[in-house]
Design a protein around this ligand. Structure first.
Ligand code: BTN
Length: 253
């Protein structure tokens, strides 16, 4: 694959001093690698792209599959980050990636990007302490081709359903600069200024949800901190991503 490394570097380096971009043919996981580096004291801003991950990781200890013949775009952006409040960062990242890629994409709280009723992309954010600073590793996986059914999981959507000629390098070029800007804006201002933009792409709004803690209710958007609001029989429940995962109880074509 041919990656637009220079163009991305030129766009992102002025925003993140010391920024480097690395493309590896194969690694276990770009998140795992940047967390290893952070634990070894390396805190520079870096965009690490892998053409193939052998042990891609998802949220909640799940694995993340990169698809078949046409591999997914898999990368992690690592950078020192010091927001006053971390809540809503994954929503800010999802919003930036979705808006950069295509207007038909929607956001499934807390950090999935969906096309119709199928997941197109996922986000895994981890942090490490380096001295008295925090280093964030923001991992993004975007399916390029739709997955063929595997196991019991719902087949995933692919960006080529919307943009038939797109490949992983082009998708990264669409995402990278806007993502760096969004993260810096989040660091300065938090999630609150993004609440309206998130609402416009909110896949869950108005749908009946089943939370992994057993609570059911109707999704009513997110608050200024990015917590999901669920109307239950006994009032509004605020859900933070650390607590539960959610899934719609019914699908609407
Ligand atoms: C999820 O949907 O649960 C999150 C998926 C995150 C996948 C990306 S691919 C690049 C980075 N490296 C990983 O091992 N995971 C993230």
């Amino acid at each position: 694959m041919i990656w637009p490394a220079e163009a991305i570097w030129e766009a992102v380096a002025p925003l993140l001093p010391g920024f480097t971009l690395e493309v590896l043919p194969e690694i276990d996981s770009t998140n795992t690698e940047l967390m290893r580096r952070a634990r070894a004291g390396r805190a520079e801003p870096v965009l690490l792209v892998a053409e193939r991950q052998t042990a891609g990781r998802g949220r909640m200890g799940r694995s993340w599959e990169s698809g078949g013949a046409i591999p997914a775009l898999t990368f992690s952006l690592g950078l020192p980050l010091n927001p006053a409040n971390w809540s809503g960062l994954s929503l800010a990242v999802g919003l930036s990636v979705a808006v950069s890629l295509h207007p038909e994409l929607r956001l499934k709280w807390p950090n999935d990007i969906w096309l119709g009723e199928r997941k197109l992309a996922g986000i895994l954010i981890e942090t490490a302490s380096i001295g008295d600073r925090r280093y964030a590793v923001i991992g993004v996986g975007v399916n390029i081709a739709p997955h063929v059914d595997y196991g019991l999981r719902t087949p995933a959507a692919g960006l080529q359903q919307l943009l038939p000629q797109v490949d992983a390098p082009q998708a990264l070029e669409c995402i990278a600069e806007a993502l760096a800007r969004s993260i810096l804006r989040f660091e300065a201002q938090g999630f609150a200024p993004l609440q309206t933009a998130f609402h416009a792409l909110d896949l869950l709004y108005g749908r009946e949800l089943l939370c992994s803690d057993g609570v059911t209710g109707i999704a009513r958007g997110v608050d200024a901190s990015g917590a999901l609001l669920v109307h239950t029989g006994v009032g509004v429940k605020k859900i933070t991503s650390a607590e539960v995962s959610v899934r719609p109880t019914a699908t609407h074509p």
